[in-house]
Ligand binder design. Structure first.
Ligand code: GAP
Length: 467
């Protein structure tokens, strides 16, 4: 346990030190559960999104991309069930006022509280097990009754001072935008069932105890696909989706033995079946993505609340039905963290211990760093600048680095996961005539150095990224 905590601490520290992730509002003392992605982090995040979009829009024939507005009509969240049912049961410690999630604390002592349980039912279970549950802060066992605490984040929009105005909410889950635009997509794109809609969008939850760095935050991004299928044709399509999503994680270079599927025993209010893809984080296996069989729940609810007919009409048979929905919903922050945990190594190279992120080249925030061997030799700097500028036009994620000696530059690039370091030396200038216009390319994982002609550099890197 201590070792795994240590690994998480090392990752948090590397993220700060190397510009991947910062605590949100840090100069004001921070804001719990909110993080900012720094210059290296945003590149890794964008690479992840690009890979996800490729797999879920471009590689599929019948999937459509979407970017819906964050604010939605207030009735959206009533129809979705979030206003009434999206709540955690919380109790307060009477001694130190810390709040606990009663369902989680019950689970820790081996008691399962059904997600659909009423407040009274969960309190009955709580009362039966109070002697086993200690406050994680002060250790006392004196708690208030459990009360449902809604996770939706309320906001206001326009003038809501007038009487009877309804509150607007920040999205509790990004997928609702897809349901609200389902009719627009059907009317404008004329897709044939089965078809899918993919979206990466922000979600906000009033998590009572944000924890484990990016794992549980109050603001996060979800990458969702909703597959619209014929009623009752869910089984085969569900299995195919699970397999497809599993393979995407492998394409990120994540080790297969660090992944597993877990079926939900207690289903959330909208799901008929639910499986998670879990990653083994330093704190143990935990959810990165949920794959849910949502049946016709969402479209039926929105049809009922909006009064708009959301039936799909089969273009061949004219049959009308409400499509069922199979959902995949992945937390971007969680997959970001999983990728970092998986890529983090401390090993020995050139007689020194180094920290290295062995990121898949297509995910690395910097694909290659270009160095002049010595920064006080203008002829080397000039040639290196020329090579750097030409390469950057073809591969934007290229970095210039002339700070410190070559060893220090390698260590710095290893820590941010740069797969290749390119050094321009006197041989590049023609000191050894047969090596003129070649550079040294050093491989991050093996430390091996090869001589590559300048004219082939871009092809050398892109062929490996595209692998
Ligand atoms: N639309 C379905 C849905 O929202 P969910 O299981 O609540 O389902 C899907 O969330 C994914 O969103 C999770 O697998 C997780 O990766 C991510 N997620 C959920 N809550 C999160 C939080 N507080 N912080 C970071 N990621 C979160």
């Amino acid at each position: 346990m201590a070792e795994s905590q240590n690994l998480m601490e090392k990752i948090v520290s590397l993220c700060k030190r190397r510009g991947f992730v910062y605590q949100g509002s840090e100069i004001y003392g921070g804001l719990a559960g909110i993080y900012d992605f720094g210059p290296r982090g945003v590149e890794l995040l964008n690479n992840l999104k690009k890979s996800w979009w490729q797999a879920n829009v471009y590689d599929k024939e019948n999937f459509y991309g979407l970017d819906s507005g964050m604010f939605k009509h207030p009735r959206t969240w009533e129809a979705s069930g979030h206003v009434g049912g999206f709540a955690d049961p919380l109790a307060e410690c009477r001694t130190c006022h810390a709040r606990i999630r009663v369902d989680k604390e019950l689970a820790n002592v081996g008691v399962t509280a059904d997600e659909k349980m009423s407040e009274d039912a969960i309190n009955e279970l709580f009362d039966q097990n109070r002697d086993k549950i200690k406050c994680p802060v002060c250790g006392k066992k004196d708690f208030t009754r459990a009360k449902a605490f809604n996770l939706l984040v309320k906001s206001n929009l326009g003038d809501f001072t007038s009487e009877g105005a309804e509150p607007v909410y920040l999205p509790g889950e990004a997928c609702q935008g897809i349901y609200l635009d389902y009719k627009n997509i059907v009317d404008t794109m004329q897709p044939k069932v089965p078809f899918g809609v993919a979206q990466i969008g922000k979600a906000f939850r009033n998590e009572i105890s944000p924890r484990n760095f990016l794992f549980r935050t109050r603001e996060f991004e979800q990458a969702d696909t909703q597959l619209f299928i014929r009623p009752n044709e869910n089984k085969e399509a569900y299995e195919a989706l699970k397999k497809d999503r599993w393979n995407w994680y492998l394409s990120l270079g994540i080790k297969e033995n660090k992944l597993r599927f877990k079926q939900h025993e207690n289903l959330v209010f909208y799901a008929k079946d639910a499986w998670d893809i879990e990653y083994e984080f330093p704190s143990g296996f935990d959810e990165v993505e949920g794959i849910h069989d949502r049946t016709d729940y969402d479209l039926s609810q929105h049809m009922k609340f909006s009064g708009v007919d959301l039936n799909y009409t089969d273009p061949t048979t004219a049959e009308k039905y409400i499509p069922w929905i199979l959902e995949t919903s992945m937390g971007m922050g969680r997959v970001f963290l999983a990728v970092l945990c998986d890529a983090y190594y401390e090993d020995e190279m050139d007689g020194e211990t180094r920290v290295v992120l062995k990121l898949a080249p297509h995910l690395a925030p910097v694909k290659a760093a270009v160095f002049p061997l010595l920064k006080n030799k203008p002829e080397l700097v000039e040639k290196a600048r020329e090579i750097y500028s030409a390469l950057k036009k073809q591969i934007p994620q290229i970095m210039w680095d002339d700070n410190g000696n070559i060893g220090k530059r390698y260590r710095r690039q290893d820590e941010i996961g740069t797969p290749w370091c390119i050094t321009i030396d006197f041989d590049t200038l023609g000191e050894t005539p047969e090596l003129k216009d070649t550079v040294t390319v050093r491989d991050r994982d093996t430390g091996q150095q090869t001589r590559v002609p300048v004219a082939e550099l871009s092809g050398f890197i892109t062929s490996k990224i595209n692998l």
